[in-house]
Design a protein around this ligand. Structure first.
Ligand code: TYD
Length: 141
């Protein structure tokens, strides 16, 4: 079966700390298991708003709270998990075949997303029923 919530792990990212502040470096194939082809970030999210609400067929992502906090609900069609992200030196790896929703954004939160592929609408599954069907079809793979 493509992608289980148990494959979606929190990855500690290295933090170099000194009196001038912190720096965290993410390098493709080094501390994340894919090369980064695209970066985007969500910000100015109104209170109570949810983002995401879709799955991907091939895309790997690392989701980081660059500022503030939010919750990521992940669902592989069988199991669900809620992960709170609130530190810039930790990222949530999301493997292909996972339905995700981002909720409970704090004021000023910035959600940074590193992605393994360029934007491709064909990689999205935007309907939950289609997602369930997709997971059933790919169950034996
Ligand atoms: P979408 O992925 O639906 O946002 P979210 O999951 O955060 O709610 O994307 C929102 C809009 O932005 C949609 O019209 C597609 C567009 N978009 C791009 O053009 N390129 C991208 O890399 C991304 C992530 C979105």
């Amino acid at each position: 079966m493509t992608g289980s919530v148990y494959d979606c792990v929190i990855l500690p990212l290295n933090k170099i700390h000194n009196r001038d502040g912190n720096i965290t470096i993410v390098e493709g194939q080094k501390n994340i298991p894919f090369d980064v082809k695209r970066i985007y970030y969500l910000y100015d999210i109104p209170g109570g708003e949810a983002r995401g609400g879709h799955g991907h067929k091939e895309l790997y992502q690392l989701i980081v709270s660059a500022s503030g906090s939010f919750d990521v609900m992940i669902d592989d069609g069988i199991n669900k998990k809620i992960v709170t992200l609130n530190r810039p030196d930790y990222g949530l790896l999301i493997v292909p075949g996972i339905w995700r929703e981002l909720i409970e954004f704090s004021s000023g939160a910035i959600c940074l997303v590193l992605a393994s592929h360029k934007y491709d609408e064909n990689d999205y599954i935007r309907d939950y029923k289609d997602f369930k069907t997709y997971k059933e079809i790919t169950y034996d793979k």
